[in-house]
Design a protein around this ligand. Structure first.
Ligand code: AN0
Ligand code: CP
Length: 317
């Protein structure tokens, strides 16, 4: 593997899951694989889990790790090509990226959708500049359209908890006061579509996701119908994708909050969320505090997904 941007880069899912199992059983088996190799983790946006789990994964492989919060302490970076730099940004990505590349062997990038230009977001302008100009392998730590380390951890978690070969997995939109990207639901859909699970997406009208991610998934607007017999309820808020409402909050209807009443319609489903989660907006206290909630083991599996990905990149250096 050179870059890790989407499900395509992981190759065969069963092989990836086998590697995940090995990492889980013996996290220190490849402690020398990353010796004298440096991972640089670059954050344009906040993070708790991605920051810590990726560092932990790199340390388990014996790597050195450097973390840069671009908006806190580094120069503000310009990304537009050909611009006259007379504004508030003292440095261009065209210099900053190869400089960062010169200091490391692998680069992780977190750069959320900015909601200024749908085409810039969906063309992954920032992430692609890193791929093009750094000269180093690049992995996504949530970019504008996908969050593959999260989705891989989600898959590992479902495999860990599932009680039947082909569980019914339901991705449900849930309310949130601020506009959030579509990266997590897009990516989750992309990974679920690569499995043989029964996969259903439910959301209010107006929240349709890009078809390149939805593909063969069932879209069910009737949430009660979607919840019926579900084995996993995966909640996430996202802002509207379709024009002219791209990046807008169209609803904060708490009828979509994951609550005990709707969970009773399921097959005693497990509750999942990538975190951070707003309690009593996305999910009721009762559900997230219940024993069916697996958000903590889900977050713990972020170390596993990152370690599999970093190992594959290191083996290919
Ligand atoms: C981000 C999002 O929705 O994409 C990160 C999730 C992992 N969430 C927030 O900004 C609250
Ligand atoms: N789930 C996730 O990526 O969390 P952070 O935003 O805290 O990294």
């Amino acid at each position: 593997m050179r870059n890790f941007i989407s499900v395509k880069d992981i190759g065969n899912l069963n092989d990836a899951l086998l590697k995940a199992k090995e990492v889980k059983e013996n996290p220190f088996a490849n402690q020398t694989l990353g010796k004298n190799k440096t991972a640089l983790l670059i954050f344009f946006n906040s993070s708790l889990r991605t920051r810590l789990s990726t560092q932990k994964a790199a340390m388990n492989l014996g790597m050195n790790v450097m973390v840069l919060d671009v908006n806190q302490g580094a120069w503000k970076l310009e990304s537009e090509i050909g611009v006259i730099m007379d504004g508030d940004k003292p440095e261009h990505m065209l210099e900053a990226i190869p400089v960062m590349g010169a200091y490391c062997d692998v680069i992780g990038v977190r750069s959320f959708a900015q909601f200024e230009s749908k085409s810039d977001d969906y063309n992954e302008v920032i992430l692609n500049q890193f791929i093009r100009y750094s000269g180093k392998p690049v992995f996504s730590m949530e970019a504008a359209t996908r969050h593959p380390l999260q989705s891989f951890a989600d898959l590992i978690t479902i495999e860990q908890f599932k009680k039947k070969d082909k569980p019914k997995v339901v991705l449900t939109w849930a309310p949130h006061p601020r506009a959030l990207p579509q990266a997590v639901p897009n990516s989750f859909a992309e990974w679920m579509n690569a499995t043989d699970y029964e996969f259903v997406i439910t959301h209010p009208e107006g929240y349709e996701l890009d078809n390149q991610f939805v593909r063969e998934a069932t879209v069910e607007y009737d949430k009660e119908k979607a919840y019926k017999n579900a084995d996993f309820i995966y909640a996430k808020n996202w802002s509207a994708y379709i024009d002219p409402n791209y990046g807008k909050v169209l609803s904060t209807d708490r009828d979509w909050t994951v609550d005990s009443r709707k969970m009773k319609l399921t097959n005693n489903a497990y509750f999942m969320h990538c975190l951070p989660v707003r309690r009593n907006m996305i999910v009721s206290d009762e559900v997230i505090d219940s024993k069916q909630s697996i958000v903590i083991p889900q977050a713990a599996n972020r170390v596993v997904s990152a370690q599999v990905v970093l190992s594959e990149i290191l083996r290919n250096l």
